[in-house]
Structures are given as structure tokens and as C-alpha cells.
Design a protein around this ligand. Structure first.
Ligand SMILES: C[S@@+](CC[C@H](N)C(=O)[O-])C[C@H]1O[C@@H](n2cnc3c(N)ncnc32)[C@H](O)[C@@H]1O
Length: 355
């Protein structure tokens, strides 16, 4: 990691900036060995890669994943082609299509999450141009070691760190885009990881991730059953309910053998905004906001029938009639000499279960 890249990093435990401990080895602006100092702990830097997910912070699935990828890191590059051969696709063709879909532009700052041995990294770099910047994060230092070798002479600034998707060690809005191919299925707390992905990409940026999944319409086929039998991750659900509120223009598509979902979206800010004060034509009238915020207590069925007839007789929408009548009756009562004040026990209900 270049020391200038420190500004991007945050302590995954509390989101605060990190500092470099005294005595660190820096060669040509690259932090090679030493420690990063957070509020509550220090993080080792080995061979230029800070470990922001030390073993003692990992439990369950994450601990398992680190051990699993330690075991296969050295053979991963030789065997990964099977993932594509199984469906008559080529690794090169599919990965290029997926990276294209992210829509990275020259000069962008991109996070490749669960980058593994860096098989998509060069493809991303090619699209970033000389002024772009790529960060690689993976839970497995063993996988990242191969990525570091692959990218040693990269023409674009590249920084690597060990980290956990459930607590990304980056500042809010740090990236223009985030890319993740077949990492999501390993994440220990998927909802949190998806929130983190939305947090570190700036509004207007893009997120794309792809993972195994036999879709519902293929579950009862021999094809689907063979895949799930071989790897139960094919039965994991598509995490649509875990997407963050900031996700806009979400696209979901099943590619690569029709058994890998790809979700990509634009990052927005907070909830979408609707034009909910727009006057609605027709019998009910009002606006989406009056219907949502202006709900009143119920009335008797007889009163309701009268109100509908009266509105029709006046040629008003239900909303217009009700709003006018309630308003004028309330104003008349409130302008009286006090006899319209709240009657004891008639105060507006408050709190859960009121009414
Ligand atoms: C199937 S490999 C994919 C690697 C690479 N994206 C590729 O396309 O070849 C899954 C990667 O997810 C990483 N991973 C697993 N759990 C993770 C987590 N909690 N946070 C970040 N990465 C994780 C693994 O270490 C592994 O490198």
C-alpha cells in the first residue's frame, strides 16, 4: 500500500482514520512493513498489505472462508476455468462482459471486493486509464499474495488490503464503483456487507456483484439439482431484501449458465423522492401525501354514505369535500370561546397501541 493511500482507509472497528506507527518501513512511498494504529488496536502491514481483518476478529463463516482459501490459494488460478467451462463459456469472455457492465470510466476510483488472485483486476485497470485508482480487498492474505504478484507492474495506482466485507475499512463515498465476482456467498453478515458496499460508493457511483444461484424456475430440473448437489451455495437466495435503500435502477439478471445472478445498481442518497403533493384527478382526489398523512378516525357507515353523496352532489372529489368540511367545522369550533377545547379523556392518542 502506498502511504498516500492511507487517506482512504478507516479503522473497520469504529470508522476513524488510521495512522502509521513509528518505525514503519517505507520504500519509494510504499508502506512495506509496520503497523497501522487504530483507536483500539494495531493492524500489521506485511509485504505492503495491511491486514485490517486480523484472525482474532473473525468468527464463523469468515473464519472458515479464510482457512478454506488458505488451502486453495496456490491452485486457484489453475482450476478456476472450470467455473466457466461447465457452461460452455470462456473465462475471458465472461469476465470482460461483467466488467463492461459496471461501466467504469477512465480516472475512476474502484474497489474490487473479494478480489482473490486478481483475475478481474487487470481488466478493471485497463478501463481506468493512467489517472484511475484501484483498491483490492480480500479476506484471504494468501489469495491476495497472488494478486500482488500479478499486478506488480500495473500502470495504474493499485493498493491492496486484507479486510472483511462486513466492515469495510474505507471512508464513506470513497469510490466511484465497486465490483465483486463470487465473494458475496461467503459473507458472514450479508445485509451488513451490502450496506457497506453502498456506504463506500459515492452517490452517483455504481455497484455490481455476481454470485451462484439456481433460479426458482430451474430448482426442480435435473440441471439445477446436479449443481446444488455439488455445491449447496447454488441454493442460496438472491439477496434482494438485503439491498440498501440507496440502491437505484437495480438490474438483476441470471448469466453464466443461467445459474449466476448479477445485480448492479446506481448509488443514490437515502430514499427515492416522489412528487407526492401532485393533485390526483378523479373521484377520490387529494394527493399521495394527504392519503398517507391526512388519515382521520373512522365514521359510522351512515355518515360515510352521506359524505359520498354530498361530495358527488357538489361535484367535488372526496378529498376536496372532506378537507373543506373538516377544516371549516374545526375552525368554527376553535374560534369559539373555549367550549371547543379538548374534552378530558379526548386528547389525541399517542404512543404505540394508541387508539
Ligand atoms: C470464489 S473466490 C473469487 C475470487 C475472485 N473474485 C475471482 O473472481 O476469482 C471468493 C473470494 O472471496 C473472498 N472472501 C470470502 N469471504 C470474504 C469476506 N468476508 N470479505 C471479503 N472477501 C471474502 C475469499 O477469500 C476469496 O478470495
Amino acid at each position: 500500500m502506498r502511504s498516500s493511500a492511507l487517506e482512504w482507509l478507516r479503522d473497520p472497528q469504529d470508522g476513524r482514520p488510521l495512522t502509521v506507527a513509528e518505525g514503519a518501513t517505507i520504500v519509494d512511498g510504499v508502506l512495506v512493513e509496520g503497523e497501522l494504529v487504530g483507536t483500539m488496536r494495531r493492524y500489521a502491514i506485511r509485504d505492503g498489505v495491511p491486514d485490517l481483518a486480523p484472525d482474532e476478529t473473525l468468527f464463523g463463516t469468515a473464519r472458515f472462508a479464510r482457512g478454506y482459501y488458505r488451502g486453495i490459494a496456490d491452485s486457484y488460478d489453475e482450476t478456476v476455468h472450470v467455473t466457466f467451462d461447465l457452461y460452455g463459456d470462456t473465462e475471458d469472455g465472461f469476465r470482460e462482459t461483467l466488467v463492461d457492465r459496471l461501466g467504469v470510466r477512465p480516472g475512476d476510483r474502484v474497489l474490487e471486493l473479494s478480489a482473490g488472485t486478481g483475475r478481474d483486476s487487470e481488466r478493471l485497470l485497463r478501463r481506468l486509464g493512467a489517472h484511475g485508482h484501484l483498491w483490492l480487498l480480500d479476506l484471504s492474505p494468501d489469495m491476495l499474495r497472488h494478486a500482488a504478484d500479478r499486478l506488480r507492474d500495473a500502470p495504474v495506482p493499485v493498493d491492496l488490503c486484507v479486510g472483511n466485507a462486513a466492515a469495510l475499512p474505507f471512508a464513506d463515498d470513497a469510490f466511484d464503483a465497486l465490483f465483486c465476482f463470487t465473494g458475496v456467498g461467503h459473507f458472514p453478515d450479508l445485509r451488513r456487507a451490502l450496506a457497506e458496499m453502498g456506504r463506500v460508493v459515492r452517490p452517483g457511483g455504481r455497484v455490481l456483484f455476481c454470485e451462484k444461484n439456481v433460479p426458482p424456475w430451474l430448482r426442480d430440473t435435473t440441471y439445477g439439482r446436479i449443481l446444488i448437489n455439488n455445491n449447496p451455495m447454488f441454493a442460496d437466495p438472491v439477496p434482494l431484501t438485503d439491498l440498501p435503500v440507496c440502491a437505484r435502477n437495480v438490474r438483476v439478471q441470471w448469466l453464466l449458465g443461467n445459474v449466476h445472478y448479477v445485480i448492479d445498481y446506481d448509488v443514490g442518497e437515502g430514499e427515492p423522492v416522489g412528487n407526492f403533493d401532485l393533485d390526483l384527478p378523479g373521484y377520490r382526489g387529494g394527493t399521495f401525501n394527504t392519503r398517507y398523512y391526512g388519515r382521520l378516525e373512522g365514521v359510522t357507515p351512515q355518515a360515510k354514505a352521506l359524505y359520498e353523496r354530498a361530495a358527488a352532489a357538489r361535484g367535488e372529489s372526496l378529498h376536496a369535500w372532506l378537507d373543506r368540511v373538516v377544516r371549516s367545522a374545526a375552525e368554527a369550533d376553535l374560534s369559539g370561546d373555549g367550549d371547543a377545547g379538548p374534552v378530558a379523556g379526548d386528547e389525541a392518542p399517542t404512543g404505540p397501541g394508541a387508539g
